[in-house]
Design a protein around this ligand. Structure first.
Ligand SMILES: C=C(O[C@@H]1C=C(C(=O)O)C=C[C@H]1O)C(=O)O
Ligand SMILES: [Mg+2]
Length: 469
């Protein structure tokens, strides 16, 4: 149970109130303390349903070293149109908010203190369709209550946008809310069941793969990633906590994320890191090239070797390695990239994987600048980037929304992490749309790529109780 009744917090809050009153505008007040004990993260997420449904944000990185639960949005940054650079806009507004903030965080640990959780759309030059309007081209939230579990230690951060209309009561109310949250248990919620499962435009998709292969063979481009969708209908509203808890059990070595926007939730279990930044250290991951798993360790080992030695998959992968290293190079004073990829084994699939480490050369290099430079990598877009984007716009007759785009968090010190939001889906009440894509290169075969995308639906499909797995 968190105990945030030290007299210091009230004194600090009073200072923020004074400033808000003097400045005649809202001032961020943020207070962090360590918690001695902590329920299972997903139990807490689940218990927050009645108070916070529609404004909950969840993040877990593969090793459980950073788990973030954000509840309630007290400040959000959104970009709806392509009026200006969305990455710069978020960076600038965040910096402005922090410039006048009162932050009390005795811990020099990234992921504690005020932070934004959210993501970007895949393509800001196309319009979001009705599924994705509430997400826009970028949606980030500063949670009112945030629980961070960082390398085994747990922290509580409360955030308030203090205005001159607030008084001591505001803080007390929030403290009560926190106590209530930690005291409540999950109400026994009913599980939703699938009543309909359908792949959308499977035939047309294979045709568009053949078309892309043609364009590549003609020399118009080298690689393009094409995605397709699956639609699921349920007998009742799907709850993100239920999906997350299945993903937690079944896809533990992935990034787990959930971003609620009222009755919509974008969630998934992605194996792909876009970029991690901790002070001047950065880490990106090239992930491309895939082969199935069988459930038999010996067979999987052989398949892994086959993948490592397969020309087509190595080509697919190498485009990503080259692009990520080229993009990060100007930002770095040191970089290290292994010469050959390794095999990353997930529950349903194996990928070629190359980590790229670097040390940034400039304190002005924000995480979002790196995200901007990297997105979309050829693991989700293609080579050359613009040509691939044009082809995607032309042949994919639907909006990717946040699928395949950067989703993650960054804190007030500039540290944070983004994954590439694949193996994901949009939950909207009793309907879900799942996304899956794959890299098309000169010797891609439409039927094989179709099968590969089928495997990539599995993590979400299984978490949702789907069939044919
Ligand atoms: C596009 C997806 O995955 C990407 C495509 C891969 C491939 O084609 O081999 C492998 C990993 C990801 O970079 C997806 O899962 O939807
Ligand atoms: Mg592939």
């Amino acid at each position: 149970m968190p105990i945030i009744h030290h007299s210091t917090i009230q004194q600090q809050f009073n200072k923020a109130l004074e400033k808000a009153s003097l400045d005649k505008r809202a001032v961020l007040f943020s207070y962090t303390e360590e918690l001695s004990s902590f329920a299972a993260p997903l139990d807490l997420f689940s218990a927050s349903y009645s108070e916070f449904y529609g404004e909950r944000y969840f993040w877990k990185e593969p090793n459980d070293e950073v788990i973030l639960i954000g509840l309630g949005s007290i400040y959000s940054l959104r970009v709806n149109q392509q009026t200006e650079n969305r990455f710069q806009y978020i960076d600038r507004e965040w910096e402005k908010l922090l410039a006048s903030a009162y932050i009390f965080n005795p811990f020099d640990i990234s992921g504690t203190g005020p932070l934004l959780m959210g993501g970007f759309s895949f393509d800001s030059e196309t319009e979001r369709d009705q599924n994705w309007t509430s997400f826009g081209n970028a949606a980030f939230h500063l949670p009112q209550i945030m629980i961070s579990s960082i390398k085994g230690q747990t922290f509580l951060t409360i955030n308030i946008m203090a205005t001159r209309n607030d008084d001591e009561g505001t803080l007390e109310l929030l403290q009560e809310k926190v106590q209530k949250l930690f005291g409540s248990t999950d109400q026994n919620k009913e599980i939703s069941n699938i009543v309909n499962q359908e792949e959308l435009n499977a035939h047309e998709w294979k045709e568009s793969v053949a078309l892309a292969v043609n364009a590549i063979q003609e020399g118009e481009l080298d690689k393009v990633v094409l995605s397709r969708r699956m639609r699921l209908d349920f007998d009742k509203t799907i709850l993100p906590e239920q999906v997350l808890s299945r993903l937690w059990m079944e896809q533990h070595q992935s990034y787990l994320f959930a971003l609620e926007e009222l009755n919509h939730c974008f969630t998934g279990a992605s194996p792909e890191r876009l970029i991690l930044k901790e002070n001047d250290q950065i880490l990106s991951t090239c992930l491309a090239g895939s082969i199935k798993r069988t459930g038999n360790a010996a067979d999987d080992g052989l398949l892994g070797l086959e993948l490592l030695n397969d020309r087509k998959n190595r080509d697919e992968h190498q485009f990503v390695v080259k692009m990520i290293s080229d993009v990060l190079d100007p930002f770095c004073i040191e970089m290290s990239i292994p010469d050959t990829p390794e095999v990353m084994k997930m529950r349903d699939i194996q990928h070629l994987y190359t980590p790229v480490r670097g040390k940034v050369n400039n304190t002005g290099t924000t995480l979002l600048k790196l995200v901007e430079a990297l997105h979309p990598t050829p693991a989700l877009g293609g080579i050359p980037r613009e040509k691939a984007m044009e082809l995607i716009r032309e042949v994919e007759n639907s909006d990717r929304g946040f699928y395949g785009a950067p989703v993650g968090w960054f804190d007030y010190r500039g540290n944070g992490e983004f994954c590439v939001a694949i193996r994901s889906g949009l939950l909207k009440e009793n309907e879900a749309i799942l996304y899956s894509g794959c890299g098309i290169v000169a010797d891609s075969n439409p039927e094989d790529e179709y099968i590969e995308t089928g495997i990539k639906f599995k993590p979400m499909l299984r978490a949702l109780g789907g069939k044919n797995l």
